[in-house]
Design a protein around this ligand. Structure first.
Ligand SMILES: Cc1cc2nc3c(=O)[nH]c(=O)nc-3n(C[C@H](O)[C@H](O)[C@H](O)COP(=O)(O)O)c2cc1C
Length: 417
């Protein structure tokens, strides 16, 4: 099976820079300066990212899920330096608290982090779990959102609510009352919080949708109509609408069509696309439930392959991309950036055993972020320096992470191989 990764396993950089990175890896020195300023001053690298048009201090965010379900998690993420957090997905409801997707509110505390070998034989990790959306009340979600905006006010780390709205099958009508009530309720909290952050919604297509085997027509209808239905009930122009796409069981070409459809038919409304939620194994059983979402290298292989096909075939500018799927190193983040991504959303890498991180103290997020930045083989710093060398960019000039997402317009990416 073809290896689609563009960057070499071992980056080739100047030995004195390499030893500086190793010493930064061994000891935290950025506490006073701040991580991003330290990297800018020392290595001439600007690691800012973007979610849509929103600038974030570094590209690493927490993906929506069990790790962004309570305020203490979100506070720790902000204190320990994450670029942004997407809050757990809430299931939409109407003003009578009725929700057509009630069965998506699954209480499932048990998660198991497992090794998983991909089809190409690469060892990674996956989190096995049988839950779906937010399982507490909608009011609780609004409270969490309000508290998260307070965290933003204190720390400047953007927080993003995530919603799964009603998804009709065949020619069923959309339950617009759920779109209206949910969107307006979230916007009300945003307004009352008075934050200098746009009103952001990331609309999630859950990975577990794949188990329902919706037809291609049904899925394309959702993509054409849902962004407009969300937008219809937003009352401010200061907004960002994100759509997080899933990986349905229809193959790569259809996946490319999904991204194209949003770009061709909803680009006026959709500001960012999160690509792509987890894969789905119809046969895997966990705690009595058949059909389980999974990740690891099969997920990043698929996501990168699809994004490569999309950018090769799509002429012109496209809706900004936020990546998700097996982002387990700065190098993997750069692989996604080479396919147009301006930020990355991580879940599994924040759950693996602490023995995988060099830092011994602090939260998982702090240790993971240090690794993502300074690992001397696959961290963001070493990967960006190596890419800067390959591109022949002078090291006296600031090299920007965000420029990587535009490279595909300027060079043949295969030359990097
Ligand atoms: C336990 C678990 C719960 C998740 N819940 C959600 C969710 O509520 N909403 C969502 O958009 N994605 C959810 N995801 C998907 C993650 O946000 C992420 O996009 C995906 O796991 C791929 O990233 P990763 O390979 O770093 O885990 C969940 C993932 C896991 C493992």
């Amino acid at each position: 099976m073809e290896n689609i990764y563009l960057l070499k396993d071992e980056p080739n950089i100047d030995s004195s820079l390499k030893s500086q990175i190793i010493s930064d890896y061994d000891e935290v020195r950025y506490e006073d300066t701040g991580l991003e300023s330290y990297i800018l001053q020392k290595y001439n690298l600007d690691i800012s990212g973007k979610y849509g048009d929103l600038v974030i201090k570094n590209p690493f965010g927490k993906a929506s899920g069990q790790l962004s379900s309570n305020i203490s998690q979100i506070k720790t993420d902000a204190m320990d330096g994450l670029g942004f957090v997407v809050i757990k997905t809430v299931i939409s409801q109407d003003e009578k608290a009725e929700s057509s997707m009630e069965e998506w509110k699954v209480k499932a505390p048990k998660m198991v982090v497992e090794e998983i070998i991909s089809k190409r034989g690469e060892k990674g990790y996956t989190v096995t779990w049988k839950g779906r959306g937010w399982d507490k009340s909608f009011e609780d979600y609004l409270e969490l959102l309000s508290q998260s905006f307070d965290v933003y006010k204190e720390t400047g780390m953007p927080v993003i609510p995530s919603v799964q709205y009603h998804l009709p099958v065949s020619d069923e009508e959309f339950r617009e009352s759920e779109y209206e009530f949910t969107t307006k309720s979230l916007e009300k909290v945003w307004k009352e919080s008075n934050v200098d952050l746009p009103f952001i919604i990331e609309q999630d297509f859950s990975a577990t949708l794949s188990g329902l085997k919706n037809s291609q027509e049904e899925i394309l209808r959702w993509l054409r109509e849902i962004p407009g239905l969300i937008d219809k009930y937003i009352d401010t122009d200061n907004k960002i609408i994100g759509v997080k796409l899933f990986n349905p069981l229809h193959g790569d070409d259809f996946q490319v069509d999904m991204v194209k459809t949003l770009n061709k038919e909803a680009s006026e409304i959709v500001d960012t696309i999160t690509c792509f939620n987890r894969l789905f194994d119809l046969d895997k059983v966990f705690e009595g439930k058949k059909g389980i979402a999974y990740g690891g290298y099969d997920l990043s292989d698929r996501n990168l392959r699809v994004l490569s096909k999309f950018i090769e075939g799509y002429k012109g500018d496209f809706i900004p991309i936020s990546a998700t799927g097996n982002i387990n190193s700065g190098k993997m983040m750069v692989e996604y950036a080479l396919r147009g991504a301006t930020s990355g959303q991580i879940h599994t890498y924040f759950q693996i055993s602490s023995k995988n991180y060099r830092l011994e103290g602090g939260s998982r997020v702090k240790k993971a972020l240090h690794e993502l930045m300074f690992n001397p083989t696959n961290g963001l710093v070493v990967t960006m320096i190596s890419l800067r060398d390959i591109l022949g960019i002078n090291e006296d000039k600031v090299f920007k992470f965000l420029d990587i997402s535009k490279l595909h317009k300027q060079i043949d990416l295969m030359e990097l191989k």
